[in-house]
Design a protein around this ligand. Structure first.
Ligand SMILES: [Zn+2]
Length: 345
């Protein structure tokens, strides 16, 4: 599989509303895969492949480009940067992080910590406290000069390299560069087949702050069928009851039945399941107890669409150690291309 593309996607900074670098990377990759490519006013990248037959159904894949991150909200007198989160962070995972502050003039390294004392001089009570996200700040090492380089609204991402560990991949942005990778690689695999459908692969903006780019993109496309492509939980790890694990890493792509944003179309779930069995593509049905994804925006756009989700189980999600399995990624790619292939032109 094209691991190099996944690595480059994961290591490119792009938080909600600041997806431009990821969008540029995808634009350079998709080259001849589509007939029409354009960026909409909210920053989503619309890629359309025309059908070879009239009145073809419109199939829309929604793959969000943004990763969770921060925007600089204040630079204090000493040059420390204060932040507002864009996306759901657990403050327990934010201690002692290396970060990148992305300015118009270039990227600046920084370290993130909460205000407070080191272990040597803190009391037992102080050590038990988990700070709120808003108590973390960034030290760029530049002191007051930071104010000359950094501007309010600049994006901040975690600074962590992509890792390949056996059959597993680790990165801070697998949610959701996994789907960007799938949107590209499923189309590559499809080749010239599937001309009986008008295919829209939309790389959406601002999912992590409430499916915002997907809502306007789906309104524009007005699909017949929407497929939300995303990560989901894989809590097959210590400390989580078996009933809450959501997916098991390495057991195939997740066939998304329900989350708190939408309930998948029963017919589509059945179709994908039959297809996966026929093609011997490993899969697992999955439901998410809390959380949403772009498939909901497709389902509820305009007069509504049939929608489902194709998801990839991810351990340690929304941390810098997000982990996915190669088998699951390849299965997700294969089911997407097999499904599109079924629309013969
Ligand atoms: Zn996501």
């Amino acid at each position: 599989m094209n691991t190099d593309l996944l690595k480059r996607l994961c290591e490119t900074p792009g938080v909600p509303g600041h997806e431009h670098r990821v969008r540029d990377l995808i634009t350079a990759e998709i080259d001849s895969l589509f007939d029409h490519v354009e960026t909409d006013p909210m920053g989503s990248l619309h890629c359309r492949r025309d059908a070879a037959v009239p009145d073809a159904p419109k199939i829309m894949l929604l793959c969000h480009m943004d990763e969770i991150g921060f925007l600089v909200s204040h630079i204090d007198d000493k040059g420390f940067l204060w932040l507002q989160p864009v996306g759901g962070f657990d403050p327990r995972n934010l201690f002692s992080r290396r970060v990148l502050v992305c300015t118009d003039e270039g990227d600046i390294k920084g370290v993130m910590n909460p205000g407070g004392k080191p272990i040597h001089i803190s009391s037992p009570e102080e050590r038990k406290k988990v700070p709120a996200v808003g108590e973390f700040y960034i030290d760029t090492g530049l002191g007051k000069a930071a104010a000359e380089k950094v501007r309010i609204g600049d994006m901040v991402v975690m600074d962590e390299p992509f890792l390949e560990m056996g059959e597993r991949f680790v990165s801070k942005a697998l949610d959701n560069r996994v789907a960007c990778w799938l949107g590209i690689e499923a189309m590559r695999r499809l080749g010239d087949k599937g001309r009986g459908a008008e295919i829209h692969v939309v790389f959406t903006s601002q999912e992590e702050v409430g499916l915002r780019g997907a809502r306007t993109a789906a309104y524009k496309v007005r699909p017949d069928i929407g497929i939300g492509v995303d990560t989901t939980l894989a809590c097959d790890t210590p400390g989580v009851p078996e009933k809450d694990r959501t997916t098991v890493l390495g057991k195939g792509f997740g066939l998304h039945v329900r989350d708190t944003s939408f309930i998948a179309d029963r017919g589509l779930v059945a179709d994908l399941e039959t297809l996966a069995r026929d093609r011997e593509i490993p899969f697992q049905r999955t439901m998410l107890a809390a959380g949403g994804q772009d498939g909901a925006a497709a389902q509820q756009a305009a007069a509504g669409a049939r929608a489902v989700g194709v998801v990839v189980g991810t351990r340690y999600i929304h941390t810098v150690t997000e982990m996915v399995d190669r088998t699951d990624l390849e299965a997700a790619r294969d089911i997407l291309s097999a499904y599109l292939e079924g629309f013969e032109g």
